[in-house]
Design a binder for this molecule. Structure first.
Ligand SMILES: [Zn+2]
Length: 381
């Protein structure tokens, strides 16, 4: 149904425009103009001021030509990871890749192009559809910040789709909740050579805690990591501060809670074990823990409308499509948190977040056809 040539030209145009997180303005203005040319009502929200980017989210409304059909949300993100400047796309056959020194930015410009191509196709073929709500977000890659800043009241859809994962034969309907954690281990500073008995080493406490900690893959549903550690000033100073940053994810809320508690506990036990007696007083290490809910889980039922639509569309097109889970997060986590049932469909992007990133144009085409078919079916039922 869709025009692969036109869609590929469009994604090439988009990837040539720099849009690392917080610098999405040029892409946003281009998409706004294109949406307006299709007759959409478009606005840019106030997310830029809220999160310190050079533009806000592009929110568009397209009036359907089937008034009784329910609205449907389509969303993709405009920002890319680094190195994402001066991308030069190279097309060979059914593969779009880079010259090898930058990412491609198919994550998530392939999603943007799929949505734009679907809208163009619906219009030029005068295909009946319901109202469509479009959200092109900023700052997805740095913690879903754009989506989190969308004014939820502006969206009427109860169902929708995010285009932001790899294989077009996978519809993500389950995704983990995730937390970011920061721990500060406080010890007591002392001269390492003159008065070591007057110090408590924060490095010893932190390493003791980590050696007892379950990290990596905890079980099928749960992962955890300590990814950053910083501390100490000089070899002759017993260090009084170590800062650590980590994360935990789980498809199960209770397992996530258990893991967070376990990690905090390892630090607290280690701090209490290190005791310094001074003037008849017992001094121990101290822990500060900061736990920040990064995103909430996706847990769509196979009977959810969007899942049924996708499977039905795949059947009609004779595509393979399975519903499954992911270990990553996307804007879909935010929409689901708000009660909008949004699944995440692959676009053909591959090896994302690396300079080897490429786009599988066969998958790209399939994904766009699926989305178009879903919009049609949504309005028909
Ligand atoms: Zn992405």
């Amino acid at each position: 149904m869709i025009n692969l040539e036109r869609m590929t030209d469009h994604v090439e145009e988009l990837v040539r425009i720099d849009s690392e997180s917080r610098h999405e303005k040029e892409v946003a203005l281009k998409l706004k103009a294109e949406l307006e040319a299709l007759g959409a009502e478009v606005s840019i929200d106030d997310a830029a001021e809220k999160i310190g980017a050079n533009v806000g989210n592009v929110i568009a409304f397209i009036k359907g030509n089937k008034p009784d059909a329910a609205p449907f949300l389509l969303s993709a993100h405009m920002d890319t990871v680094v190195p994402g400047k001066r991308v030069r796309p190279v097309r060979t056959g059914k593969v779009l890749k880079t010259s090898g020194d930058t990412i491609l930015g198919g994550d998530d410009k392939s999603g943007l192009s799929i949505i734009m191509e679907v809208l163009r196709t619906l219009k030029e073929r005068e295909i009946p559809h319901g109202d469509l709500e479009i959200a092109f977000t900023i700052c997805e890659e740095i913690g879903l910040l754009g989506a989190k800043a969308v004014d939820r009241k502006r969206l009427r859809s109860t169902d929708g789709l995010v285009l932001d994962s790899e294989e077009a034969n996978l519809l993500i309907i389950e995704g983990p909740a995730a937390v970011r954690m920061e721990f500060k281990v406080h010890g007591i500073e002392a001269h390492a050579g003159v008065a070591p008995e007057e110090g408590l080493s924060a490095i010893k406490m932190a390493s003791n805690a980590i050696s007892k900690m379950k990290l990596g893959r905890i079980d099928k549903e749960t992962t955890a990591n300590i990814g950053v550690i910083e501390g100490g000033l000089a070899t002759n100073i017993i260090p009084n501060l170590v800062s650590l940053k980590g994360e935990a994810r789980s498809l199960s809320v209770s397992k996530l809670k258990t893991q967070i508690h376990h990690m905090k506990n390892c630090f607290e036990v280690a701090a209490k074990k290190h005791v310094l007696k001074k003037h008849g007083k017992k001094l121990t290490g101290k822990i500060e823990s900061m736990i920040d809910h990064d995103y909430f889980r996706i847990n769509l039922n196979k009977n959810a409308r969007v899942v049924k639509l996708a499977l039905e569309a795949a059947r009609k097109l004779r595509y393979n499509l399975k519903a499954g889970s992911t270990g990553g997060g996307s804007d879909a986590n935010v929409y689901n948190r708000w009660g909008i049932r949004v699944a995440n469909l692959g676009t053909g992007m591959r090896d994302i977040h690396t300079v080897k990133e490429w786009l599988d144009l066969l998958d790209f085409e399939r994904s766009a056809n699926l989305v178009a078919e879903m919009v049609v079916l949504h309005a028909a039922n």
